[in-house]
Write a protein that binds this ligand. Structure first.
Ligand code: SAH
Length: 337
């Protein structure tokens, strides 16, 4: 391939010239050998001749640049040739999490590691999210064998072992949305706090607020402590324990209650009632049938009316698709006791 060979000293000037006149041949890697830089070039001979002012016109072999577009297309191909693989991946710091059978996963992982410098590890979802702690199993696929994520979100950083706790980057918008609603100085209770993302993002946004964060899984609690330290927040009160048992300690405490346990939150409405001040706002997450999107509203109203409290629905939205039949929703409502 035709090329321009220049001294390192004149390389910058040459590069600028080549770019300005569109003479740099695209799709190939510029390389250096000894004290010379080799630029692949294209163009009519008149133009090429003028390049002699920078160095020598010669001939060399160039390596092709693999563009992201090619990677994307290749990734699409791999995914569509498998019945089970789902599109896209979650990125938790430098750990990419994919959802595919082992063979497809290996092919995807190879591409991801080659095309994205930020990815160091590829893991594969090896089970559903399940159990009391809402955990998932992961299988190692390729790259560095690491399960500890360092993940940044909305200006905060979170460390956690993906195998030992629940964490979903898909709730990042929700965490930002709730944090932006909190008034500085409010008392906030985050039930089901996990490694602390809701509590810490709220605490950062509202440094005068007290944010009580309750988590049952000791690993979730352990990482919450670590994350409180990493984010240097002083106003989170982390608690290891069961919301049902802890609620009474925080009777009439909260101006705002966050309930991010979509599978089970309805079992904790009584705890929310205990913890709520005379007036409070609740953010209630739930998995529901796609067809019966906001049936939960009625249930919530009926539940609090039993206690003689009034419920006003403020806002409701779909958080994310969950399964073939179900979606996750959030209902923001106020109660007046
Ligand atoms: N809010 C976190 C975690 C949500 S997952 C986030 O957004 O990432 C729900 C969490 O609730 C899990 O970590 C689970 O261990 C915890 N949990 C389940 N039952 C609980 C209970 N009765 N009391 C306190 N925490 C509970």
């Amino acid at each position: 391939m035709k090329c321009l060979i220049v001294n390192k000293e004149s390389a910058e000037k040459a590069r600028k010239y080549l770019l300005r006149y569109g003479l740099l041949k695209k799709g190939y890697k510029v390389f250096s050998k000894e004290s010379f830089i080799y630029f692949p070039i294209s163009g009519i001979s008149e133009e090429v001749k003028r390049l002699a002012q920078f160095g020598t016109i010669g001939d060399a072999k160039f390596e092709k640049i693999k563009t992201n577009k090619n990677y994307k297309e290749e990734l699409e191909k791999i995914i569509s040739s498998s019945e089970s693989a789902s599109k896209g991946y979650d990125l938790l710091g430098d750990i990419a999490i994919i959802d595919a059978d082992p063979k497809t996963a290996r092919k995807m992982a190879k591409l991801l590691l080659e095309s994205n410098k930020n990815i160091k590890t590829v893991l594969r979802k090896a089970s559903a999210v399940k159990g009391l702690y809402r955990k998932r199993s992961y299988a190692y696929v390729m790259g560095k064998r690491n399960y500890i994520a360092h993940y940044k979100e909305n200006g905060a950083i979170f460390e956690f072992d993906v195998r030992k706790v629940f964490f979903s980057p898909r709730l990042s918008y929700e965490r930002q949305r709730i944090a932006s609603m909190v008034k500085n100085g409010e008392n906030v209770m985050v039930m089901f706090a996990g490694v602390g993302p809701f509590a810490i993002e709220i605490a950062k946004k509202a440094p005068k607020s007290k944010v009580v964060a309750i988590e049952l899984n000791k690993y979730g609690y352990k990482y919450m402590l670590k994350n409180i330290e990493l984010n240097k927040v002083k106003n989170v009160i982390p608690i290891l324990g069961d919301v049902k048992k802890m609620a009474i300690k925080y009777k009439n405490f909260a101006d705002r209650i966050v309930m991010p346990l979509p599978k089970e939150a309805h079992h904790f409405l009584d705890s929310a009632y205990i913890v709520a001040k005379k007036k409070a706002i609740v953010h209630y997450y739930s998995f529901v049938d796609k067809e019966k999107e906001f049936e939960a509203e009625q249930m919530i109203k009926e539940f609090f009316e039993k206690y003689g409290a009034k419920v006003k629905i403020i806002n409701k939205r779909v958080v994310r698709p969950y399964s073939a039949k179900e979606i996750e929703i959030v209902i923001d409502f106020s109660i007046a006791k």
